[in-house]
Design a protein around this ligand. Sequence first.
Ligand code: FES
Length: 164
Amino acid sequence: MASRIPLPYSPKVLELFRNPKNLGRMENATASATAGSLACGDMIAIYLKINKDDIVEKASFESYGCAANIAAASVLTEMIKGKPLKEAWKITWRQISDELGGLPAIKYHCGILAVGALRRAIRAYYKKKGRRPEWLPEHLTAEERQALEEEELMEKLAKMRKKL
Ligand code: FES
């Protein structure tokens, strides 16, 4: 019988998994976005309340993923609160991992999904506004591309599973 070895999660990941901050849908969000695919259970939604000066007043999330996904989203929403969108945009999955006391290598993608969702929400906000600030890259960043690739892969796997 196969045995499961527990992943070496940091105490902070475990704490935020058990008591996540900013968990829940935001009904009056200014912008929101998802990353991942519900088909395989790894999915995250980010909600932002942005004020007229493009500052994040509130941030929350919903997660249908693993402990690392929940902890990454929780810490990310804390990191961006009170920040201008320009600063929030620059947050990387490595910073999230550092903030969490490190993620196991197999869980890096959980942080990448969180960043991918945040960047999508920021793009959605400016799209709705009909403008693109000069700091917002025209093309997808590595994190956004990776989130997209994971979604495509997950869709393919879900379709394959259905056929079995
Ligand atoms: Fe996929 Fe954590 S979100 S394993």
